[in-house]
Design a protein around this ligand. Structure first.
Ligand code: SF4
Length: 239
């Protein structure tokens, strides 16, 4: 129970807040639950489509396309693509988060993801037309220019303060950068599969696999990837 609470701190805090609110101000609590239900239903309607879209892009769009369009070296092209993607997107801002996570994972830069998120939030094209209609084209134009400038500054600052490693995107670690292999002996059952497939690197002693060397060429890295997948108890990791 304590473990579940630890894993869901935010949910626990919100639930407790609701309990206190129901005891202290039941009318406000009821209103709050009603509003929450509205947003939950809205999310349930939108998020499945976003997850399907994200999965399709993740599976079908090659990594190189994302790197070329939105990566560190995409330059002005990346900035323009990011503004266009954010400005022409539909849906609430929370729909942008899984898409941006997928883009980061596939090689988009932090700066371009910040541009996409910010443009998604504040410069939607249909909204610009509405803004011009109600507040005038000059107001809209000037606000748009200043907003774009602010987004560019924020995107630069984000790259200074945030590194990709700080973001939990589940990016695959590069095995070529591995300094060694970590074998969790407590899990190893000594089946000998790793030794059989890579005898020059693994040796099973007393029913526990041991790593013999730490440097690998590209072919060996691929062999190691296969062994990591095949290990029946997932005892092999890299660091
Ligand atoms: S394949 Fe996995 S379980 Fe089998 S010996 Fe190697 S590390 Fe241990």
């Amino acid at each position: 129970m304590i473990e579940i609470i630890k894993k869901n701190k935010l949910l626990t805090a919100v639930s407790l807040a609701y309990v206190f609110l129901f005891m202290a101000m039941p009318d406000k609590a009821y209103l709050s639950v009603k509003n929450s239900m509205y947003y939950i239903i809205e999310m349930l309607e939108i998020m499945p489509v976003i997850f399907i879209l994200t999965s399709i892009i993740e599976a079908w769009v090659p990594k190189e396309v994302i790197i070329n369009g939105f990566g560190e070296k995409a330059g002005i092209k990346g900035i323009i693509f990011s503004f266009l993607l954010g400005s022409f997107s539909a849906g609430p801002i929370y729909a942008a988060f899984p898409i941006c996570k997928m883009l980061l994972k596939k090689g988009a830069s932090i700066a371009n993801v910040v541009i996409i998120l910010s443009a998604w939030a504040v410069i939607k094209v249909p909204m610009l037309a509405n803004e011009a209609k109600f507040l005038g084209p000059n107001f809209m134009g000037l606000r748009w220019i200043l907003t774009v400038m602010s987004i560019l500054i924020i995107s630069y600052l984000m790259t200074v303060f945030v590194k990709k490693e700080d973001i939990p995107i589940g990016e695959e670690k590069s095995l070529s950068k591995a300094t060694g292999i970590d074998i969790k002996e407590q899990y190893c059952i000594g089946c000998g599969l790793c030794e059989k497939l890579m005898p020059q690197h693994f040796k099973v002693i007393d029913k526990k696999a041991k790593w013999k060397e730490s440097t690998l060429n590209d072919t060996q890295i691929n062999e190691l990837k296969a062994i990591i997948d095949k290990c029946p108890v997932k005892a092999i990791d890299f660091r």
